[in-house]
Design a protein around this ligand. Structure first.
Ligand code: IPM
Ligand code: MG
Length: 359
């Protein structure tokens, strides 16, 4: 039976980087005889411009019927003035919640070839390999009530609700512990339990689930300290598990340790193993259309998709090896360029990965 992939290029640099990633997908598809079919749909600002909605019904229907989704990025200043309910980001959040993609895996791996590109000293980041497991469909991002209201004295007040149920905490805990079993068997759960009750419960449930995984070591850290430790001594971490908003923030910090957020893929999975795969970076409107964006995070997202949702480990490994090969060749897009490297465009980087795959 053929496997179906839905491609959502999105906004900003999304279409350019996705174009290269799809070339790579097509290449492994024929090289490894995978029988993958793909089609595209609209999401984000591009969807709003065409249809008035950042998440059109047809996109959602196609997403539900597919085995995996490859996404570029959404958003940009063009849509900043829109009402919250139709902003491009709502399209992305709607995909996550409608498909119940609660488990967001964000690896931060430093390619040895890029040690110079990190803003931290090489000895602090050399060999870095962290996995951030971020809860993606709950917490303050989705909590009700939310809004902006006017008080009796006429002053306005903005409010959101930070809420997690036991079952939501339990399932993300299991994702983290399962992932740790495939790695170095250590989970650090990040909370703010000195202030926020919701994370007191978080911590308690983490302890409870840890009993099912006696082979995995669980530790806890407050989020402010975790932010500091990430830039002080990041190699102390194996798997970090945290809620939606802390995970959003910490994963950007972790990404930068690796030199460029342009290198990092991510997977967002539901209980059925269906997943949405996207680069960790955003739509970078400032460089959109210039042909200089780094397509490697999206190409590596294709590898994650093959591994986690499509069960094609060999093809995934081949893509990851091809990316490592082009870095060995000294090829760099502008964001990861360093002395002595050869700066290439978005499509030239795609060409190089294809050539490495065929070699
Ligand atoms: C991310 C992004 C999104 C988020 C935005 C675009 C809504 O920052 O995937 O990390 O906050 O989750
Ligand atoms: Mg983010």
């Amino acid at each position: 039976m053929s496997k179906k992939v839905l491609v959502l290029p999105g906004d900003g640099i999304g279409p350019e980087i996705v174009e290269q990633a799809v070339r790579v997908l097509d290449q492994v598809n024929s090289q490894f005889n995978l029988g993958i079919e793909h089609e595209s749909a609209l999401l984000g600002g591009a969807a709003y411009d065409e249809t008035g909605s950042p998440l059109p019904d047809v996109t959602l229907e196609k997403a539900k019927a597919s085995d995996a989704i490859l996404l570029g990025a959404v958003g940009g200043p063009k849509w900043d003035g829109l009402d919250m309910s139709v902003r491009p980001e709502k399209g992305l959040l709607g995909m996550r919640s409608n498909l119940e993609l609660f488990s967001n895996l964000r690896p931060a791996i430093l390619y040895p070839q890029l040690a110079d590109a990190s803003s931290l000293k090489p000895e602090i980041v050399a060999g870095l390999d962290i996995l951030i497991v971020r809860e993606l469909t709950g917490g303050i991002y989705f909590g009700q009530p939310r809004g902006i209201r006017t008080l009796e004295n006429g002053e306005r007040e903005g409010f959101n609700t930070y809420v997690y149920s036991e079952s939501e905490i339990r399932r993300i805990a299991r994702s983290a512990f399962d992932a740790a079993r495939q790695r170095n068997k250590r989970v650090c759960s990040i909370d703010k339990s000195n202030v926020l009750e919701v994370t007191v419960l978080w911590k308690e449930i983490m302890e409870e689930v840890a009993k099912e995984y006696p082979d995995v070591e669980l530790s806890h850290m407050l989020v402010d300290n975790a932010a500091m430790q990430l830039v002080r001594a990041p190699k102390q971490f194996d798997v970090m598990v945290t809620g939606n908003m802390f995970g959003d923030i910490l994963s950007d910090a972790a990404a930068m340790l690796t030199g460029s957020i342009g290198m990092l893929p991510s997977a967002s999975l539901n209980e059925k193993g269906q997943g949405m795969y996207e680069p960790c970076h955003g739509s970078a409107p400032d460089i959109a259309g210039k042909g200089i964006a780094n397509p490697l995070a999206t190409i590596l997202s294709v590898a994650m998709m093959l591994r986690y949702s499509l069960g094609e480990k060999d093809a995934a490994n081949a893509i990851e090896k091809a990316v490592s090969d082009v870095l060995d060749q000294g090829l760099r897009t502008a964001d990861i360029a360093s002395e002595g490297s050869k700066t290439v465009s978005t499509s030239q980087m795609g060409d190089a990965v294809l050539a490495a795959l065929k070699a």
